[in-house]
Design a protein around this ligand. Sequence first.
Ligand code: BGC
Length: 714
Amino acid sequence: MEEQNGNGERMKRVGDSKLRKEAEELVRQLTLDEKISMIHGAELFRTAPVERLGIPALTMSDGPMGVRQEFEPASWKSVGGNDDYVTYLPCNSALAATWSRELAMLTGEVLGEEARGRGKDVILGPGVNIKRSPLCGRNFEYFSEDPYLTKEMAVPYIQGVQRWDVAACVKHFAANNQETQRLWVDVKVDEKALREIYLPAFYDAVKKGNCYAVMGAYNKIYGEHCCQSDYLLNRILRKEWGYDGVVISDWGGVHDTKAAADSGLDLEMSVTDNFGEYYMAKPLKKMVEEGTISEKAIDKKVMHILMLMKRLHMLGGERKSGTYNTPEHRQAALDVARESVVLMKNSSNKLPLQLGDARELLVIGENADLMHAPGGGSAEIKALYEITPLMGIKALLGGNAKVSYVKGYCQDPKEKEDVVNWQADSLENGGGQTGNENQKDEALMLYRKLLREEAVMKAKEFKQVIFIGGLNHEQDCEGNDRTDMKLPYEQDRLIQEILDVNPNTVVVLVGGSPVEMGGWIDHADSVVWGWYAGMEGGTALAEVLFGKTNPSGKLPECFYKTHTDCSAHAWGNFAKKHTVDYAEGVFVGYRYLDAYHVEPEFCFGHGLSYTSFTYGPAQLVEENGRIYAECTVSNTGKMDGKETVQAYLAPKTRTEDEPVRQLKGFEKIFLKSKEQRKLRIEIEGYSEVMDVWLGSSLKDLRVCAKMKGENNNV
Ligand code: BGC
């Protein structure tokens, strides 16, 4: 890992005016054909080089959890070598659950160093779309339902990536919140919600993160496809925000040559191999020759690409070389995984588990033994390895403990044809919805019944049972939205039956989006949420279960009781084919639950610890025009641990169109048992008409921070 000091200079847009002059000179020397060859894919993940002038190809790769496997240049067949296994990082939802800007930076650094190590110039991430509904199939690739938390994670992540002379390509711009008909759906969102909820992460990615690339979204907004939208790309991104980096289309997101040429888009990529026929290939040349599109418009796009190459030191100068699969990278994956695990419920303090002398336990559930790296769509990872929860538990307890395992449930084991990646046909159906399971498959249903009966029978025999279920990438997957939040494969029934015979069971759920728990939550004393937590996810989970790591993850989204409690469903609509109406406006996630008094199963920011923290009185201080909340936090329990103090801004007198409170600051602090320390949190957007509340979650607010002289009692 690179030292963080001394890199500030590299992160800036170094000597832009000098680079600009050199790039302009290159543009003057390029022929129209050469220019056009630089602004569309010549391979699935690469543009054409202009060897005559020493301009290399631009090489891209997915995606947020690691660098993707190699495909053949013009077909979605994997090359199949053994040199493209990589570090598998926790998904963005897991990273957001750490509420740690440092870990976001570390994740970005690992990804950047591995991307460079694999010879890439652009990494297609992070995904910063807002989790508008818990049913969106790509939620696991995104950070949060909250714009503040999203941008606070995205900015250091981008800076981390770009330290390695690799561009982060922030995606998908913008309002890309459902997979159903993702290529065509038209988003109707009011300007206020767009500005306050859906755009802030992109804005900060550009302004603070200095991202070198942005990817347009597949969907339409206000009737225009995002990848060629005048409103989004010209008016907002280029003019208003002054963005001069590269805009890349999503793969197959361009639909019209003239609109694309006139928009702020620079590079058209797609999933098909007819590269010369792309909208920004031959058809573009023809329109330039006819005079319908000016060559100047092309020059601008080429300039953006050349400037990107300059910034990455691709056109001379010393470029970092990167590497992949280092022990430090695996350690980073473990560090993030450890802090991502969320202790949801521990009502009789059964956790952490103490096995006692017998050291015997039973693990039930397919997710205990399932590897998730290879699934999910373009975010799939060819992981060097993946420690499953079962492996993590066994490795932690060692050979003297007796860990028995039964599956309890299973997904449909039918063989899948995966010689050619699903992406080859991804433009053909535009995305849909997946139901829970095929109830009609009698053999499968019978098999599941047998697995369930076996698990319940065994659960009676053991003092300690750990159930490990949840979702997998059949549900959390690009191209599909879920139809509801129910656990698949009849897990609710299984969990209930296990709890009936053994109330001592710890329920662990792994997934990228919330699930309904209402059927059994009141019967379960101990519930833990793990995510797709990367190659060391199983190690981290085992450490939390057995108390080697004190959990500190906090939910980056609310866990609704059921999906109809979410405003996108209750108020607006979701998974529509033509137009999707964001009628809920800014009342997304907890903003809606708060204002309309809907109780979630677990609220935004929730996450327990094995120790306890108390908050002293809090004060607001002003320094250099910024407002900070200061508060002394004490670890009053027996175990060292980390607490994330969250700061919510609440209008003193609220108007109807304002949220009740909004996250506007947070800090994570490590405190040894009995230690106390003063913490300082910068508050964004404070004004005197607001109260600042500090708390351990949205529903566990502890103290209201006052300016000196104001009454400090709460
Ligand atoms: C996805 C993008 C991805 C691209 C390239 C598209 O299907 O929407 O997120 O980066 O493919 O694989």
